[in-house]
Design a binder for this molecule. Structure first.
Ligand code: 5GP
Length: 189
């Protein structure tokens, strides 16, 4: 995804050697044309996987997941970070440690929207330690559904989340893989 790489190079801000800020097109303002291209790319990569649901985490994953679901013509479910008072259904839960916010977060999905017939594609904006992806995978398992893989917009390959998931046999597709962030510069793998 050359378009994505150019966008990261042109607009990404290296906050530290660990954190990249992409608020101008992904995490605050959203570029719909880029999101459409990303959704099309994930749909292409998982075209043979018989996906029935796309699962993401609010809020930053939703735009990417929506465009992926649109391209695959399947519903998109987002895990909520707080149990809303309107939610009285049975639910699946996961707990993740937020790398950027440095806190534990409980995530949940109503049992109405995932079941054991589903083939689930997990989508997220970033992959760092893998906590967010693992929390969503836990929810897929609780539902008795099948995980077809994980689609990530930006993988920080210098953190171990992606490779530890791959080592466990999870199919991880990342559209941009960053080898390192150093002195304000971004280096791709
Ligand atoms: P993980 O759970 O894999 O450690 O981190 C993934 C989650 O943390 C993503 O959902 C993303 O919201 C956030 N995140 C991790 N690293 C970064 C980063 O460098 N920049 C931004 N903007 N978000 C990040």
């Amino acid at each position: 995804m050359e378009l994505l790489k150019q966008k990261i190079l042109n607009e990404g801000k290296v906050i530290s050697d660990q954190i990249l800020k992409v608020d101008s097109f992904l995490n605050h303002q959203i570029d719909p044309v880029l999101m459409e291209a990303i959704g099309t790319e994930f749909a292409k990569r998982f075209a043979q996987s018989k996906v029935t649901k796309v699962l993401t985490l609010e809020a930053s994953g939703i735009a990417v997941a929506l465009m992926t679901g649109l391209a695959l013509r399947v519903p998109v479910v987002f895990a909520k970070k707080k149990r809303p008072s309107t939610l009285t259904d049975t639910a699946y839960f996961g707990r993740i440690h937020s790398f950027t916010k440095e806190e534990d977060v409980d995530i949940m999905v109503s049992a109405n929207y995932l079941n054991n017939n589903d083939r689930v594609l997990v989508i997220d904006d970033f992959l760092a330690t893998g906590e967010a992806s693992r929390g969503m995978i836990e929810i897929v398992h609780q539902a008795g559904a099948t995980l077809v893989g994980v689609g990530i917009v930006i993988e920080k390959a210098f953190q171990d989340g992606g490779n530890s998931l791959r080592d466990e046999g999870v199919r991880v597709e990342s559209l941009a893989r960053i080898a390192k962030l150093e002195n304000g510069s971004i280096y791709f793998l």
